[in-house]
Design a protein around this ligand. Structure first.
Ligand code: NDP
Length: 274
């Protein structure tokens, strides 16, 4: 009888000790009866590719990739999904049977699935996205695929938002600019800036939200972010990014194991642990 070999997965980051991915994937594996080991690995800042090769040599089959390695992961892949190519970043690595490395990004589909699960309608919606960094670039293609009426990107550095809008202009009605040009009447406002990390609020006008609007912060924590408090006080429904985190993990898990876990149960446990 051949010895039982457990497939190995991990999340690469630096720092990575805070990552919730090992907990999430252990829960997915238990639920779906998959025998996997999933750990957090702090890759050296100057040798991400080496850390991936070493992991593969030790039986690694796939990995999640988080800050600051998403662009480096993109560069080391042999083949890449079209959505990851658009995003210019990879958060999911998969070792093919041929030994080649395949890369994808599941952040955007994670956001769209979480919004759908929470009953937020994207088709025909007027959407405002705040920020123009890596996280925002990664969610634009899946958001535009839902055919919103319009999608405007506002960023502290206006030119970055305008450039992003140009890069995605072939996919839908998308515009970009600075915070001072933001008008109002949005059905969904997604905060993809890292302002919440430092408890800051981008400068936004009072009439930002339409009736029955949703405010979504990609950040999450035990307490609502400054942005969600501000939005809630103006009548919008506040949602944080915990669901996005779990849904992107579920899509990675599906790519590795071919099974879709029950995200709601894992989300509830995670929420209690915050
Ligand atoms: P980046 O560093 O690539 O981009 C940061 C963005 O935030 C830029 O647009 C920057 O503007 C803007 N910004 C930073 N500080 C401020 C401020 N004080 N006021 C206004 N704007 C500000 O970061 P990421 O795109 O990788 O991440 C953004 C957020 O998304 C983080 O909070 C991260 O935790 C979250 N995230 C959540 C995920 C989830 O699964 N829930 C997944 C991925 C990310 P400028 O261009 O002018 O510098």
């Amino acid at each position: 009888m051949s010895p039982h070999v457990t497939d190995r997965y991990c999340v690469f980051g630096n720092p990575v000790a805070h990552s919730k991915s090992p907990f999430i994937h252990a829960a997915f594996a238990a639920q779906t009866d998959e025998q996997i080991e999933y750990t957090a690995i702090a890759a050296p800042l100057d040798n991400f590719a080496g850390a991936w090769r070493e992991f593969v040599a030790q039986g690694g089959r796939g990995a999640n990739v988080t800050i600051p390695f998403k662009e480096e992961a993109f560069r080391l892949c042999d083949t890449i999904s079209s959505r990851a190519r658009r995003a210019g970043a990879v958060n999911t690595l998969l070792l093919g049977k041929n030994g080649l490395t395949y890369g994808d990004t599941t952040d955007g589909i994670g956001l769209v699935r979480d919004l759908a699960r929470q009953g937020v309608k994207l088709t025909g919606a007027r959407i405002l996205v705040l920020g123009a960094g890596g996280a925002v670039r990664g969610v634009l293609e899946p958001l535009l695929a839902e055919t919103p009426a319009s999608l405007h990107i506002a960023n502290r550095t206006a030119e970055k938002a305008a450039r992003l809008a140009r890069d995605f202009a072939d996919l839908g009605a998308i515009t970009g600019g600075g915070f001072k040009d933001v008008t109002g009447g949005f059905d969904l406002v997604i905060n993809g800036t890292s302002a919440s990390l430092s408890g800051e609020l981008p400068p936004l006008p009072d009439g930002l939200f339409a009736t029955d609007a949703t405010a979504y912060d990609m950040m999450y924590g035990a307490e609502p972010t400054v942005f969600l408090c501000w939005a809630g006080a103006r009548g919008a429904r506040p949602l944080d990014g915990l669901g996005m985190l779990v849904e992107q993990a579920a899509e990675s898990f599906f790519q590795w194991r071919g099974k879709r876990p029950d995200t709601a149960a894992v989300m509830a446990t995670l929420r209690e642990s915050l």
